[in-house]
Design a binder for this molecule. Sequence first.
Ligand SMILES: [Zn+2]
Length: 256
Amino acid sequence: MSSNALQKPSSSQNKNIAHDNLQTVDYGTTTLKFNLTYSNRKTLEIAVYPDQTIWVTAPEQAEMEKIHDKVRKRGRWIVKQLKYFNRFDPLGDHDEYVSGETHRYLGKQYRLKVIQTKGDQPESVKLKGGYFQIWSNKKGDKDHVKQQLDSWYREKAEKKFDERLVACLETVKKYDIKRPQLQVYNMEKRWGSYTSSGKVLLNPELIKHPVYCIDYVIIHELCHTKQPHHDKEFYRLLNKVLPDWQRRKHKLERFK
Ligand SMILES: [Zn+2]
């Protein structure tokens, strides 16, 4: 895996979300995994979120050892927060592809209405009246219906990502970032990636998320065209270009 990948939680480990810069410290018998980022603040900030992820924002000059010490010192409080959030069940998966089930598009939920086609009626997927209307030749076949919906998502992704790339290039235009080649690409564990050949890859799953989050992934990858690794220079640039990127990232990762 390349070091500049923007990671995505895999469906089997929704709680232990993979991060850009994941660090671990031992606290008693517990291993605390935290996501480390840097900013130009003076003190270290620790936050625990309802999805049981730990976020640490450190001053740019902070030494790794000191960061780990500080996290360990707050261990008791962190573990207490994690236990608190563990009481809540995350949303169940919706993957039977039957009428009534909800699926998302650009951050909004829509119910499925799966309708059996008759005779030589063509198959189709339409977003209509708050519903995904799926006209299918094989209504009861969940793999088939999934395939229909997935190709609809992919088509929308191709169009929308291109449109957002143009908008994001406008946002970063004073940083002399050139338009990279864009490719919608299935990735198990990443939202986006910047390849060594200078291409931006975006996960088609992103189309289920709000535009605000799609833009975050695109801008993250655009920053890699200047700073290939997740080092301080990279975060300095990202903070400048998109000061609220952490909020967007968090929103993206909490979403199922
Ligand atoms: Zn990255």
